[in-house]
Write a protein of this length. Structure first.
Length: 277
């Protein structure tokens, strides 16, 4: 469990760094960003698996493929909401994913949950809403797309947990770019923006941070109870607040501090809740 916590904390930090890279590339279409990060990921994953002497396509290919499809769908929807509604609203909707993960894990993986754990999820999500704010002006369509993104993320995380005894984490990660590259290549054919200058550097680091984040997240999910491990994603909000303050001079009021406290409280309470056997 302790290693799982460290893996998830490292993963959320790496994801936060990846988001910084994306923030510096607003002129590059979302599907093109996903294509570039997937290319970096597939190159690194194949090299790592060959060095380890492991089969590239794994054993449980059906679930691996489902993980790739769900993950790609979730990311595309998330990026789509990022481009069409305020960032705060898109991120807040995406943080529904731990709730879907807990739901799917309880159904498909038979991981038992207590009523109090749902309360803890509610505390964390409420904290995220307080920190980020929620724009009531967004349309019902984009709200539903954001919720569906969180749902598909929950499906992907549940698949990762199901693969814990059969697949190496890098094999699990590999299936994301295997699905994403052909899909995003088609989309990029119809809409392409050629990166310029430092864009290439940001794209490279975006791919590297994504690879690290995916591997650490996979290890974290495979080393602990899914509904507890994925709740640590809420810490990403705190990372974002800290990075925003250090790099962009963003200041935070009392409500933001209250929100941070709520996120931490919900995560810690859920993390230390005794497992129901």
């Amino acid at each position: 469990m302790k290693k799982g916590v460290l893996y998830m904390l490292g993963s959320t930090l790496a994801f936060a760094l990846m988001q910084i890279c994306v923030k510096f590339l607003p002129h590059i279409p979302a599907h093109e960003l996903i294509l570039f990060r997937s290319i970096v990921s597939v190159v690194l994953s194949v090299a790592m698996l060959q060095k380890l002497g492991l089969p590239l396509l794994g054993n449980n290919r059906k679930v691996l493929l489902m993980r790739g499809i769900f993950g790609t769908t979730a990311l595309l929807m998330f990026f789509y909401t990022l481009q069409n509604i305020p960032l705060a609203s898109a991120v807040t909707l995406q943080y529904l994913s731990p709730i879907f993960t807990a739901l799917f894990a309880s159904i498909f993986l038979k991981e038992k949950m207590q009523v109090k754990q749902w309360l803890y999820f509610g505390i964390s999500f409420a904290g995220v809403a307080v920190i980020k704010g929620f724009d009531e002006r967004i349309s019902l369509t984009f709200m539903l797309i954001g919720i569906c993104s969180a749902m598909f993320s929950g499906m992907a995380y549940t698949c990762i947990r199901q693969l814990k005894d059969t697949e190496h984490p890098v094999v699990v990660v590999l299936y994301f770019p295997l699905v994403a590259i052909p899909v995003m290549s088609v989309l990029s054919y119809f809409k392409w923006v050629t990166p310029q200058g430092t864009d290439w550097l940001y794209l490279l680091f975006m791919g590297l941070f994504t690879q690290v984040a995916q591997i650490l997240m996979t290890k974290g999910l495979q080393s602990g109870i899914a509904n507890k491990m994925i709740s640590l994603k809420y810490i990403g909000t705190i990372y974002a607040l800290g990075i925003g303050y250090l790099l962009f001079g963003e200041s935070y009021g009392l409500m933001s501090l209250i929100g941070i406290a709520m996120v931490i409280a919900g995560v810690v309470l859920n993390l230390w809740k005794k497992r129901v056997r």
